[in-house]
Design a protein around this ligand. Structure first.
Ligand SMILES: Nc1ncnc2c1ncn2[C@@H]1O[C@H](COP(=O)(O)OP(=O)(O)OP(=O)(O)O)[C@@H](O)[C@H]1O
Ligand SMILES: [Mg+2]
Length: 459
């Protein structure tokens, strides 16, 4: 079976005949298609990630095509969507592009054309073939610096190895831990998380391993701990760098023996959970300073994944802002549109709070500025101040360089940002740049900025 035929396609329309016709056409070329008449029933399945592609009509009684897209995005799904309509107007095409549809077809569509466009979108979204946005569980990224993270997660999916995640605060360590669990054979078992920094040291042991009745004052009943709750699933120990020395020894014993004992108990319990841990501390330094046990560090660090901070993933800024704005905007409203000047500031800002900080900003914008265009003045003042001064990349502050080189640098930077902003839709990029399409494509190609993922449907 080809990889395309393993990608499940959902067609949504309230006309049974149309559904039947569409499914027949797609199945005739070995594509795996099904149809649903009710958008309300479809959305939860889409949100669960059951489909690789959604095709929707525009005029549907229950919810129109645009509302369907907004609900799908609101439910956190980034599944590519193709809109097929017999009621297309220029306005609806613009609206569809604004909502980021992968393709927009007006009827009548020839069968061959339909199949070609569907296959193209499916191909663009095959994770191994695309250098566009990648999605793994709830982890989204479009920046090449995250490729190795995605590759590692896939490589270790079938192993049982312990994983240590290193990354700054808010960089997405927890999301990554989830993705590891979701990709593993344990995905149907529990994913249990313990934030070692959030639980007082004297309670943490019982939190992890449970306690027997009367183990300490206040232990009125027996309670199972997180290791037991995790069963054959994954236990995620976040902020492991904060673990007291005493607990480090106890954890080491669990990892070595595969057994633990409830506090106040004397019977060994078998630990079957896979351990994933994370810290924003420099653990090697902590080991050197004698604050973290070297033997524990080596046991935890079988596979190490370093999550780059957001400032090293500029390609993620636009797509994550878009994702969060769509997620947080009220269902009846449209997300704001970030203008290029504002995006340029956002891309230069250093995001000390990483994705959490970006998410908070996007949520605020989605609520306060729904449907509006976001210019520089609409950004939080601290971002404007820092985003403007943190310009390290401007060619014009460099030492004397020939005009040609400076122009090339400018072109590349300008186009790169613009393409990011329009999410690869080159036709839209040409329009904003007020350039002839052919000339725009030539420049994009000259600077090596094309990729299959940038050949959007509207180009
Ligand atoms: N790649 C991503 N795609 C989508 N959402 C993300 C991504 N990375 C992080 N997030 C979101 O950003 C927020 C912060 O992420 P997370 O809690 O995983 O960070 P963290 O590194 O564990 O932070 P801390 O060190 O403060 O615990 C969460 O709401 C998470 O859902
Ligand atoms: Mg965390």
């Amino acid at each position: 079976m080809s990889s395309l035929s393993q990608q499940k396609i959902l067609f949504i329309d309230d006309l049974p005949n149309l559904c039947e016709e569409m499914v027949t056409i797609l199945r005739s070329v070995d594509l795996d298609a099904e149809a649903m008449l009710s958008p309300h029933a479809a959305i939860p399945r889409i949100a669960r990630g059951e489909f690789a592609l959604v095709i929707t009509g525009l005029v549907i009684a229950e919810l129109n095509g645009f509302e369907i897209i907004q609900r799908i995005r609101g439910a956190g799904s980034r599944v590519p969507i193709i809109m097929v309509t017999g009621y297309g107007t220029e306005q609806s095409a613009i609206e569809a592009a604004r909502l980021g549809v992968a393709d927009y077809l007006t009827k009548p569509v020839a069968e061959a054309e339909l199949i070609a466009r569907v296959k193209r979108v499916l191909k663009q979204n095959l994770p191994q073939e695309s250098d566009g946005p990648r999605i793994l569980a709830r982890m989204i990224s479009a920046d090449p610096s995250m490729n190795s993270v995605f590759e590692k997660v896939k490589t270790i999916a079938s192993t049982e190895s312990r994983v240590l995640i290193l990354g700054e605060t808010g960089a997405g360590k927890q999301v990554l831990a989830h993705a590891i669990h979701d990709q593993s054979r344990r995905k149907k078992e529990p994913f249990v998380e313990v934030n070692c920094a959030a639980i007082p040291a004297n309670l943490l042991e019982s939190e992890l391993f449970g306690h027997e009745e009367g183990a300490f004052t206040g232990a009125s009943k027996r309670r199972i701990g997180r290791f037991e709750a995790a069963g054959k699933g994954t236990i995620f120990l976040d902020e492991i760098g904060e673990l007291s020395f005493d607990l480090q020894s106890k954890l080491l014993h669990v990892l070595d023996s595969g057994k633990f004992c409830r506090v106040g108990g004397n019977k060994d319990q078998v630990s079957q959970a896979r351990l994933v841990s994370a810290t924003n501390r420099d653990l090697i330094k902590e080991v050197e300073l004698g604050r973290f046990r070297a033997d524990l560090f080596y046991r935890l660090n079988v596979i190490c994944i370093e999550l780059p901070p957001l400032r090293e993933r500029p390609g993620d800024i636009s797509i994550l802002i878009q994702h969060f704005m769509e997620k947080f905007v009220a269902p009846s409203q449209k997300p704001p549109i970030i203008m290029p000047e504002a995006l340029s500031i956002l891309t230069r800002y250093s995001w000390p709070g990483n994705i959490r900080e970006l998410q908070n900003m996007a949520e605020q914008l989605a609520i306060m500025k729904a449907g509006e265009k976001i210019g520089v003045v609409d950004l939080p003042q601290r971002i404007i101040d820092k985003g403007t001064t943190e310009t390290q990349t401007s060619p014009f502050v460099a030492e004397s360089i020939p005009f040609r080189t400076a122009r090339d640098q400018f072109e590349k930077e300008y186009l790169g940002r613009l393409i990011m902003q329009v999410q690869g839709n080159l036709a839209e990029g040409a329009r904003i740049a007020e350039m002839d399409r052919a000339q725009f494509y030539r420049l994009v190609k000259k600077h090596g900025l094309t990729s299959s993922s940038h050949q959007n449907a509207n180009t």
